[in-house]
Design a protein around this ligand. Structure first.
Ligand code: GTP
Ligand code: MN
Length: 620
C-alpha cells in the first residue's frame, strides 16, 4: 500500500477495518493494495484498470463495456454458498445451508491463501441505503477484481464519508467482504470453480467469496450483504426484503403511492419497478423501518443489475432506451457482435450470426458446447449494470434519508394455473400467511407447452434467509404492531396461462393491476370477495386498461383470469403445508391453522359453486 492509500485508510481511525484489511491482505497476499475514498478520481482509477486488465472490454458506444463470466460461472451457486455459524447455533437454523464456523473459516483460509498473488487488491467503502441515515449500513469490500469494484461503484452509494462520520460506539457496526476471482484464464475468467466458495460469516458479519466473478456471488453488497442484513434485522425489529420499491403515479389525483414488491428471481421485480409512466426507487432489495409509527422503506442500492433477456423496445421501453445510450453501462454475458455492439435474447432486433459471447470468442449460430448443447447467442441470465441516476423515471425521493412511506406491498410468483392476476389480502397477517408464505415460482423452461417445475418461494426470500424461517415469518407479522397506517398486501401473478397455454396478459398489464391496487390503498374502488381475498370488479379494470394502455379489456378475458380455482388452491395450500412442515421448524402454529381454515373455506365454496368460481359468484 503506498503512502496515499495508507493515509486514506488511517484517516478513518477504525480498528475493526484495519484488522479486517490487515488480516485478509496477509492471507490473500496481493502484490499491492489500493485504497479508494469517495472521490471521482478513485472511481475513474478503478474503471480504467478494469479496461487495462481486460476485465471489461470497450463496446462501440462510448462508456459502454462488456464483462464475461466463465462458462460455468453464469449464476448464483447455491451448492457453494453457506452460512457460517457457531457449532452450538447450527441446530436452531432449521434447513438453511450452514457450515460450522471453525470448519468453514479453515476451509476459506486454505483456499484464500495466496489467492491474490500477482494482483492488486482494491479496498472500497460503501453504504447500503442512503448515507448518514437510520437505514445506513457501512460496508468494506476487499477484492482483486476491478470489475467487481466498478460494478459496486455503480450499484451502491460510496461510503468513505459514512465511515469517517461513524460515532465511536458505531465503529464496529459494519459489514466486511473479501472477494477474489482467483486464478484467471486468458479471457480473464475464474478457473478454479471447484474451489468456488461463498460463505457468509454470521458471527462476524463478514463474507468470503472466492474463485468466482458472477456478480450475484462476487458483489458483496448485493445478495451477500442481504443475508447479513436479514440476520441483523432479525434481532433489531426491522426488515430486509427481496423487494423493489416504486412510486405509482396517479396523475388525475396528483399523488404518488409507494409500493414494494417481492418476487422470486426472474418473476418480475425489475419489470414492475421500470413500468413506463411510474417512478423507480429500487428494483431488488429494500429495508423496512418503523419511523415514528410510519411504515418506511429505503432502497439499499443506487443502480440496477438487471436481467437483459427479453428487454426490448416494446416490453421494456425505459430500460431499452437507457441501454442504447452512450453512457456508463456494463453488459455481462451478452453477445458482442462484429459491429462491437451488444446483443441478447429477446431483444427483438436482427442479431448477428457470429461474435463473442459467454462461451468465448468465435461463437456462431449452431455452435455447441462440450456437452453437445447448442449455445444460444447470449446467456439467458445475461445482465446489464446501470446507475439509477441515468433513468428518466427515477423517483425524486429515491435517496431520501427518511425513506418513503409505503402504501402497499405486493407478492408475486410465476404461476401458470392457480392465482389470479391481482388479489388483495383481507389484512396484513393474512397477507403474510396466505399470500407471502405460499409464494411459488415455476422454473423457467423454454420448451413450449411444457409446464415449469413449481418451487416453493416463501416471501421470495428463501434463498437469502439467515435465521429460521418460522421466526422470520413471525417478525414480518409483528412488524406492523405499532404502525399507524398498515400497508395493504396484494398478490400478483403475471404468468397465468389460458386454455391455449399462452400467457393470458401482456407484459404491461401489470400497470393496470398496480393502479387498481393504488385505488384500493386509498379506498376508492370496491372489490369482490373470494375465499382468499378481494379481487377487482370488471367495471373498474376496463377503464384502467383503456386509459393506461389504450386496450379494450374483454369481459370474457376478465371472467377467465379472475375465476377462483378451488382445487388448484387447495393443492397449493397442501404443498405449502408439506414444505413448511418438512423444512421450517418453528413455524408459528397460527400459520398452519390459517391454511387449514382457508382450505376448509375453499372446500365449502367448491361444494356450493363448483371447482371454478367465476368472479362475483362467491359469497362468504
Ligand atoms: P432478478 O433480477 O433475478 O431478481 O429477477 P426479477 O424479479 O427482477 O425479474 P425481471 O423483472 O427481470 O423479469 C424476469 C423475466 O420475466 C424476464 O424475462 C421478463 O421478460 C419476464 N416478465 C416480466 N414481466 C412479465 C410479464 O408481465 N409477463 C410475462 N409473460 N413475462 C414477464
Ligand atoms: Mn431484477
Amino acid at each position: 500500500m503506498d503512502g496515499t492509500s495508507f493515509f486514506k485508510l488511517m484517516g478513518l481511525e477504525n480498528e475493526k477495518l484495519l484488522t479486517f484489511i490487515g488480516e485478509w491482505v496477509e492471507i490473500c497476499n496481493p502484490d499491492s493494495v489500493f485504497m479508494c475514498n469517495d472521490s471521482e478520481e478513485d472511481a475513474e482509477f478503478v474503471r480504467r484498470k478494469a479496461l487495462e486488465k481486460r476485465e471489461e472490454l470497450p463496446l462501440a458506444k462510448s462508456e459502454q463495456t462488456i464483462h464475461y463470466d466463465g462458462y460455468g460461472d453464469q449464476g448464483r451457486a447455491p451448492g457453494a454458498t453457506k452460512l457460517m455459524i457457531a457449532k452450538e447455533r447450527i441446530a436452531e437454523m432449521g434447513g438453511l445451508p450452514c457450515i460450522e464456523h471453525n470448519e468453514g473459516l479453515a476451509e476459506i483460509k486454505k483456499i484464500a491463501s495466496g489467492i491474490m498473488r500477482g494482483k492488486e487488491a482494491i479496498v472500497k467503502l460503501f453504504c447500503e441505503c442512503p448515507t448518514l441515515s437510520k437505514f445506513s449500513i457501512g460496508c468494506a469490500q476487499l477484492t482483486d477484481s476491478y470489475y467487481v469494484a466498478h460494478a459496486e461503484d455503480m450499484l451502491y452509494r460510496r461510503g468513505y464519508e459514512q465511515f469517517r462520520n461513524m460515532k465511536p460506539e458505531e465503529k464496529d457496526n459494519f459489514f466486511c467482504f473479501c472477494h477474489s476471482a482467483g486464478r484467471l484464464d486468458e479471457r480473464g475468467c475464474s478457473i478454479d470453480l471447484d474451489k468456488r466458495r461463498i460463505y457468509q460469516d454470521l458471527e462476524t458479519f463478514s463474507v468470503y467469496s472466492l474463485n468466482n466473478q458472477y456478480a450475484g456471488n462476487s458483489v458483496g453488497l448485493k445478495k451477500q450483504a442481504m443475508r447479513l442484513a436479514i440476520r441483523k434485522s432479525g434481532s433489531e425489529h426491522w426488515l430486509c426484503e427481496h423487494m423493489f420499491l416504486m412510486g405509482c403515479q396517479n396523475h388525475e389525483k396528483q399523488r404518488v403511492t409507494y409500493f414494494c414488491g417481492a418476487y422470486p428471481s426472474a418473476c418480475g421485480k425489475t419489470s414492475t419497478a421500470m413500468l413506463p409512466g411510474e417512478k423507480i426507487v429500487g428494483d431488488d432489495i429494500a429495508y423496512f423501518r418503523n419511523v415514528a409509527g410510519e411504515f418506511r422503506a429505503a432502497n439499499v442500492e443506487r443502480g440496477i443489475f438487471g436481467i437483459i433477456k427479453d428487454v426490448n423496445a416494446k416490453d421494456d421501453p425505459v430500460i431499452f432506451k437507457t441501454l442504447m445510450e452512450p453512457r456508463e453501462t456494463i453488459f455481462s454475458n451478452v453477445l458482442t457482435g462484429p459491429d462491437n455492439d451488444p446483443y441478447w435474447l429477446g431483444m427483438e432486433v436482427e442479431t448477428p450470426t457470429t461474435g463473442s459471447n459467454h462461451s468465448g470468442p468465435g461463437w456462431y449460430v449452431g455452435k455447441k458446447d462440450s456437452d453437445g448443447n447448442v449455445i444460444p447467442l447470449a446467456h439467458p441470465n445475461a445482465r446489464y449494470t446501470i446507475r439509477l441516476q441515468y433513468l428518466e423515471n427515477l423517483d425524486p425521493a429515491w435517496d431520501d434519508k427518511q425513506g418513503v412511506v409505503v402504501g402497499g406491498i405486493i407478492y408475486g410468483g410465476r404461476d401458470g394455473d392457480t392465482s389470479v392476476p391481482v388479489e388483495e389480502s383481507f389484512n396484513w397477517e393474512d397477507g403474510i400467511i396466505t399470500k407471502a408464505c405460499t409464494l411459488e415460482s415455476e422454473t423457467t423452461s423454454a420448451t413450449i407447452g411444457k409446464e415449469g417445475v413449481r418451487m416453493p418461494q416463501p416471501m421470495a426470500n428463501l434463498d437469502f434467509l439467515s435465521y429460521p424461517i418460522g421466526r422470520y415469518v413471525l417478525n414480518n407479522i409483528n412488524f406492523v404492531k405499532d404502525i399507524k397506517k398498515v400497508p395493504k398486501i396484494f398478490a400478483m401473478n403475471y404468468f397465468l396461462r389460458g386454455p391455449d397455454n399462452k400467457f393470458c396478459t401482456g407484459k404491461l398489464a401489470k400497470k393496470v393491476w398496480l393502479h387498481w391496487a393504488e385505488a384500493r390503498v386509498h379506498n376508492e374502488v370496491g372489490a369482490l370477495e373470494t375465499p382468499t381475498g378481494l379481487i377487482p370488479k370488471y367495471e373498474n379494470l376496463k377503464p384502467l386498461f383503456n386509459s393506461l394502455l389504450g386496450e379494450n379489456y374483454q369481459k370474457q378475458d376478465y371472467e377467465y383470469q379472475f375465476s377462483f380455482r378451488c382445487d388448484a388452491w387447495i393443492a397449493k395450500l397442501q404443498r405449502s403445508t408439506a414444505f413448511f412442515q418438512k423444512n421450517c421448524p418453528g413455524t408459528p402454529e397460527k400459520v398452519y391453522r390459517s391454511w387449514t381454515t382457508t382450505a376448509e373455506k375453499i372446500k365449502t365454496a367448491k361444494q356450493k359453486y363448483g371447482d371454478i368460481i367465476p368472479p362475483g359468484k362467491y359469497q362468504a
